[in-house]
Ligand binder design. Structure first.
Ligand code: GLN
Length: 484
């Protein structure tokens, strides 16, 4: 099956003319049509566009032009990233019929590189969730075992790649939504440094935390997709001015002298034994390879979930105020303007989104602002300082990507216990740091993920550490390499 290959393997096949981009795209469309009825990774498809893009790639290859590494290799885009002329629903009834009149900057970048996308993928409504159960259009199943969630909120993107429906996908990560689904499906998920990838055209959830990132089958592909989307963008005021880098240069299988920080706070009581064991083994591997394991202390990790669930809903309550039935999106009429707002927002948003809007409005309201929002911002600064201090003695920090393997549908009865599951991933968003999740082991046939968190703009360091581990443990990629 062609779809089990990686971007870098397929790129070689295209350039060597072993397969054409149109052939590849057709095969993958057929495969997606077979598989997606069961997995439900996609919310919409755009095959004609995909085939036209593939044809452009084939013409370039025929005329001897150099093509980008991602050109002609089918991927998928999370349905909260705007593509001109295609639906963008954020998995919300509110935007069921919304067709953006513009491209997100990442899409502009990818278009220049002749990308091919087979469609828009499912997510938790407005990216709020950890299981894709909060989509207004039905859940996505984990292709490794359909009784389990694929993770979230980018569960559709992860499932599409893990089921070999596409080769790569874009997700967005506000508190772990790229890394956790990657870990639940045996894939690689990368959240870039805040500001490295433009947020323009990403439907905003929590603007100080949101980043777009790749979900791929291996670390090399993560570097390739990052190469395609990282760029300064004047349309995003938090974009970092940057030179174009080739992140593939960081893929060196060597960690000699690398200082790897371990904080006991990341391995507390909620983390399953199998996760701790797998990461312990990874640390011995690194040590054997010449890395130095350094003990660090991050006491405020325990406060991360609390401050994340103040800051993210606060920003969301403001960002989502635009969905009022006036400018665009869904409208439910009422007797007067106020009633129309109430009707629209009560029936257009799902339960979790409404919960977050109320939470956010509450923590920002007069009398509670200082006690909650302001205090959370102060703790966020303490956390940043703590990490900065830690990075004086280490180059990269190791943590679980999630407490354990994927959980079953409906496993969490109350929202709070599901929020607690985000403890491993939210710190990187709160401090703006880059973090990658890679497969580190298996428990009962389901994958476990390890996270490598770097200092701001430390993508090369985490890629190098991830690549070194991966190259010595290629068996961990077995599921997505076609055995499933
Ligand atoms: N699970 C987290 C939340 O529900 C993270 C979501 C995300 O990264 N988009 O907010």
């Amino acid at each position: 099956m062609v779809s089990q290959y990686t971007i870098h393997e397929l790129h070689k096949k295209l350039v060597n003319k072993d397969i054409s981009a149109v052939e590849l795209t057709k095969k993958m469309i057929a495969n997606r049509n077979n598989v997606d009825g069961k997995i439900h990774a996609f919310l919409s498809t755009n095959d004609e566009r995909a085939l036209q893009a593939a044809e452009r790639v084939d013409n370039k290859i025929k005329s001897g032009e150099v093509i980008s590494e991602i050109a002609g290799i089918p991927g998928a885009i999370k349905d909260n990233i705007c593509i001109k002329g295609l639906p963008c629903t954020a998995a919300s009834k509110m935007l069921e019929n919304f067709i953006p009149p513009y491209n997100a900057t990442v899409i502009e970048q990818l278009e220049k590189q002749d990308y091919v996308s087979l469609g828009k993928t499912n997510l938790d409504e407005f990216a709020m969730g950890s299981s894709t159960e909060n989509s207004a259009f039905g859940k996505t199943l984990n292709p490794l075992n359909t009784e389990y969630v694929p993770g979230g909120s980018s569960g559709g993107s992860a499932a599409a790649v893990a089921a070999n429906e596409v080769v790569w996908a874009l997700g967005s990560d506000t508190g772990g939504s790229v890394r956790q689904p990657a870990s639940f499906t045996g894939l690689v998920g990368l959240k870039p440094t805040y500001g490295l990838v433009s947020r323009y055209g990403l439907l905003a959830f929590a603007s100080s935390l949101d980043q777009i990132g790749p979900i791929t089958k291996d670390v090399t592909d993560a570097a390739i997709v990052l190469n395609s989307i990282a760029a300064y963008d004047k349309k995003d005021s938090t974009s970092i001015p940057q030179e174009k880098k080739d992140y593939k240069k960081a893929l060196i299988s060597d960690v000699k002298g690398l200082r790897i920080g371990v904080a006991k706070e990341f391995f507390g009581k909620g983390i399953k034994e199998e996760t701790k064991e797998a990461i312990k083994k990874a640390l011995s591997f690194y040590e054997k390879e010449g890395a130095e394991i350094v003990d660090i202390s991050l006491p405020h990790i325990s406060a991360c979930v609390s401050i994340y669930y103040i800051i993210a809903p606060a920003e969301a309550s403001s960002n989502l105020s635009r969905y009022d039935g006036v400018g665009y999106g869904y409208r439910k009429p009422g007797k007067n303007l106020i009633e129309m707002y109430i009707n629209t927002r009560s029936s257009g948003f799902g339960e979790e989104v409404k919960r977050r809007i109320m939470l956010g409005t509450y923590v920002l309201s007069a009398g509670y602002y200082d006690a909650f929002y302001l205090k959370a911002l102060k703790v966020r600064t303490l956390l940043k300082n703590e990490f900065e201090e830690a990075y004086k003695t280490c180059d990269v920090i190791v943590a679980p990507a999630a407490s354990g393997t994927a959980f079953k549908f409906g496993a969490f009865k109350d929202p709070l216990s599901l929020y607690m599951e985000d403890i491993c991933t939210v710190p990187a968003n709160l401090i703006g740091a880059p973090a990658i999740s890679i497969p580190v082991g298996y428990k009962d046939g389901m994958p476990l993920g390890m996270q490598l968190i770097g200092p701001a703009l430390g993508e090369e360091t985490i890629l190098r550490a991830a690549y070194t581990f991966e190259q010595a443990h290629l068996d961990l990629n077995k599921i997505t390499k076609g055995e499933a």
